[in-house]
Design a protein around this ligand. Structure first.
Ligand SMILES: NC(=O)c1ccc[n+]([C@@H]2O[C@H](COP(=O)([O-])OP(=O)(O)OC[C@H]3O[C@@H](n4cnc5c(N)ncnc54)[C@H](O)[C@@H]3O)[C@@H](O)[C@H]2O)c1
Ligand SMILES: O=C(O)[C@H](O)[C@H](O)COP(=O)(O)O
Length: 391
């Protein structure tokens, strides 16, 4: 069996070398000639898998080791009877870690507490529902908007986008890119919606770049944001952007105005990436009648497995300390600036992603609590850490 695999797919040798001869290629450069005699194609989100790519191929399986599938033309695969698998939810926990690290960073810079805010979650699927559960358990008020779900399940628990814009001071986008139709998400937040944001609001996009009109956001930030990299003001609008229109050639002007700007890495925990590879490995194993490897065999132990707190810290300060011990979003923001400065926008963006430092998920850290710190147990557990109470 010949398998073409994006060079940025981690654990490719173990997951796909397992099935036969493997050819690794840069994801953005895979051509019809590369897949002509291939049986399987394994991609991440940067390879457009369309009719032109698969038309004259021998492919019988395409897998994407990602949650998003907007780069795949499912009709083109169906027309050629090519089996398809994606990795729903694989990196959802990592995206929630990203959101918490970002909001706690902005809270520190702006001098407010996350617990005072109301977070509006747009798109309540694998990512959004996990975010909602963690925030609710932490005692943070949330509202949710997901018209496709509301239609299927009833309106209870769901609000309109207009209500979120009116009542929330943090708006988190976790929608897929849906180009058209009744629930299209292309430019879901445009000039009109951005105009409705209350002073001091935060807009965070970790869905897909095209879900926000970048030009409108840029104008909004010029008018109502704090001009200057990474700054936040009590009454100004702040943006946290992980995804962008036209990646990797993103708008540097918008990057300059964002409080946190990262190169589409919200889901880039090692756990999330390996889960993605493994899920596609398991799908290909099922298709070919093989017994898959176990996911546990792929995941190494974390470098930082435990930390201990014994003193009476402010609850959000303690949370921030644990969050940053595992994942500090400021490092990704700084890396993007540095790499773009050295290599230019496009190369800098892609190299930041390709050479991504090892990152684990909150759930890999055990926090030992004793003495006064015992009162932090429920907050830390709610945020996703393992907690060990030493009485
Ligand atoms: N930044 C990253 O690194 C990263 C990582 C993972 C996923 N993503 C993106 O985030 C998206 C969401 O991930 P997920 O795992 O939660 O996907 P999912 O498919 O589980 O959930 C998406 C949710 O969005 C809802 N939705 C669709 N159209 C909507 C609309 N118009 N308004 C509001 N809600 C709408 C759907 O009903 C669904 O509940 C993915 O499709 C992917 O594009 C980005
Ligand atoms: O859809 C997803 O799973 C995420 O956007 C994923 O993190 C994208 O990563 P990439 O495939 O671009 O490496």
């Amino acid at each position: 069996m010949k398998i073409v695999v994006d060079a940025n797919v981690p654990a490719a040798e173990r997951c796909f070398g397992f099935f036969g001869e493997m050819l690794r290629l840069p994801g953005r450069e895979i051509t019809p000639a590369d897949v002509r005699d291939a049986d399987a194609l394994i991609v991440r989100s940067v390879t457009p898998v369309n009719a032109a790519l698969v038309a004259n191929s021998a492919l019988s399986f395409v897998g994407t080791c990602t949650i998003g599938t907007d780069h795949i033309d499912l009709d083109a695969l169906k027309a050629r009877d090519i089996a398809f698998a994606s990795a729903p939810g694989c990196n959802a926990e990592a995206v929630v870690d990203y959101v918490l690290s970002s909001l706690l960073t902005l809270a520190e810079r702006g001098g407010w507490q996350l617990g005072e805010r109301c977070v509006g979650i747009v798109g309540v699927g694998n990512v959004g529902s996990r975010l909602r559960s963690r925030l609710q358990a932490m005692g943070v008020a949330t509202l949710a908007c997901d018209p496709p779900r509301a239609e299927k399940e009833g309106e209870d628990g769901y609000d309109s986008l207009a209500t979120l814009l009116e009542r929330c001071d943090v708006i988190c986008l976790h929608t897929p890119l849906v180009p058209d139709g009744r629930h299209a998400t292309h430019h879901l937040l445009g000039a009109q919606e951005l105009d409705r944001l209350a002073p001091g609001s935060i807009v965070l996009n970790a869905g897909r770049g095209d879900c926000i009109d970048g030009l409108a956001l840029r104008q909004c930030l010029v008018g109502r944001g704090m001009a200057g990299r990474g700054l936040v003001g009590r009454d100004s609008i702040s943006a946290v952007l992980d995804v962008w229109e036209h990646e990797p050639g993103i708008d540097a002007g918008l990057r300059d105005l964002a409080a946190l700007a990262t190169p589409h890495i919200a889901g880039y925990s090692l756990d999330g990436k390996l889960r993605g590879s493994w899920m596609i490995h398991a799908a290909l194993a099922a298709k070919t009648g093989r017994t898959p490897l176990s996911l546990d065999a792929l995941l190494p132990p974390p470098a930082l497995a435990e930390l201990s707190l014994a003193q009476a810290l402010d609850a959000e300060d303690a949370l921030r300390l644990c969050v940053r011990a595992v994942y500090d979003v400021r490092r990704d923001h700084d890396r993007l600036w540095r790499q773009m400065h050295e290599e230019g926008i496009t190369l800098g963006f892609d190299h930041c992603r390709a050479d991504y430092p090892l990152r684990r998920e909150f759930s890999t850290l055990k926090v030992n609590l004793s003495g006064e710190a015992l009162r932090l147990a429920s907050l830390l557990q709610a945020a996703g850490f393992q907690v060990n109470q030493q009485t």
